[in-house]
Design a protein around this ligand. Structure first.
Ligand SMILES: *Cc1c(COP(=O)(O)O)cnc(C)c1O
Length: 372
């Protein structure tokens, strides 16, 4: 129809709580003028998240990335960290910026998380930690990592940016490993606009995290190295509002994700994200693989065709972080053949609570039409 602009569909759209809820939540800040510096909203959100994530302790940060850097700093790590090449830039930047050397281990073809059968081959006397990623909210082989940590004394730091509220075997995932980092970026399942946290069970870490995120200060004097990574009260207020709606959001994501599953289940040339029944999911992302040799068109061509229909999907995560320019060809892509293959096949389709059923149908119909 003339004058009506066709809406484009993007990979994600941030959730917004009812406007009045947020206004109510921040009203008292105008009176107290306590805008930041670990105020009452910050403290309240930490307690609420400890409950929600079932973690002994939660520490908030400006964003997930600085939370991750803080975790590596607090553990005083030096040397090599074993991690996955199939992740977002943040994981690897945290390692590099802390002066540590990443060592890349390959992933499982089934769930795209680190392959624990291979990992021991990479452990040397230089290894100081393992940093697995719960990619798309798919849970890593947490029990095996815990065993490995006991055996080797290496800390396991999870990048759980995608895995807010996820459980494995009915146990909240922050109860596995040494520390888990969650991101509260606006595009994530749960958000504080920008924000993030560390969840952990070792109470000794709390004081260190608090100091590092506040210039290393103890009173008037810096006692350790630190920076500014405090979450503001304005952001914590958004977190308090959004927490009231999180289950509703996840339920809606499930409905949409199931709809994709039903439509795309038997399409020749694509594979869906096969999630273990032991995982309580958060439906953060909807990845599919376009299998070369089985599919009638290439992954990149399918992305182009969707774009022609104003549907904007992403190749999360291509290229592999090990192939970034910052590493100047230091890492051979053939050392992680499964990750390399998945990076060439992956597409993440739009998934967010506001997405309409008919929009999913449209996306699926285009895919089905192209692949049949
Ligand atoms: C979003 C994300 C981060 C970084 O979180 P921010 O809150 O944006 O700093 C880290 N790792 C992964 C895998 C992510 O997707």
């Amino acid at each position: 129809m003339k004058g009506i602009k066709k809406m484009s569909i993007n990979i994600s759209k941030p959730y917004a709580p009812p406007f009045d809820d947020y206004m109510m939540e921040i009203k008292d800040i105008w009176e107290t003028r306590m805008f930041t510096n670990v105020g009452s909203k910050h403290k309240k959100l930490e307690r609420k998240l400890e409950k929600y994530l079932n973690a002994k302790k939660v520490s908030l940060f400006t964003n997930g990335h600085l939370a991750l850097e803080t975790a590596l700093e607090a553990l005083e790590l030096k040397g090599e960290i074993i991690t996955t090449p199939f992740t977002f830039s943040s994981t690897i930047q945290a390692i590099v910026r802390r002066g540590l050397r990443p060592v890349f281990c390959d992933i499982n073809e089934s769930d795209f998380t680190l392959n624990t059968d291979l990992i021991e081959d990479y452990i040397t006397d230089k290894t100081c930690a393992i940093l697995p990623v719960h990619i798309y909210g798919n849970v890593c082989d947490v029990n095996k990592f815990d065993k490995l940590s006991k055996k080797t004394n290496l800390p396991i730091i999870y990048d759980a940016a995608h895995a807010f509220g996820v459980k494995y075997n009915n146990i909240d995932i922050s109860n596995y490993g040494t520390i888990s980092m969650f991101s509260f970026h606006a595009t994530k399942v749960y958000h504080t606009v920008e924000g993030g946290c560390l969840a952990y069970n070792d109470l000794n870490l709390e004081d260190k995290f608090s100091k590092i995120r506040n210039f290393g200060l103890d009173g008037d004097e810096a006692v350790i190295s630190g920076f500014n990574a405090k979450m503001t009260e304005i952001h914590a207020a958004m977190g308090l509002c959004n927490l009231l709606y999180i289950q509703e959001q996840i339920n809606r994501r499930k409905v949409l994700s199931d709809r994709y599953d039903n439509k795309l289940n038997n399409v020749k040339g694509i594979r869906l994200n096969n999630v273990s029944k032991l995982i309580t999911r958060n439906y953060a992302y909807y990845p599919i693989r376009v299998i070369e040799g089985e599919s009638s068109i290439s992954r990149d061509r399918l992305i182009e065709i969707l774009k022609e229909h104003d549907i904007h999907v992403r190749k999360y995560y291509h290229p592999l972080v090990s192939q970034y320019k910052i590493f100047e060809n230091k890492y051979d892509i053939n050392d992680t053949p499964i990750a390399s293959k998945i990076a060439n096949e992956i597409i993440v389709l739009p998934l967010y609570p506001d997405l309409k059923e008919r929009e999913i149908d449209k996306i699926c119909n285009i895919i089905i039409e192209q692949l049949n």
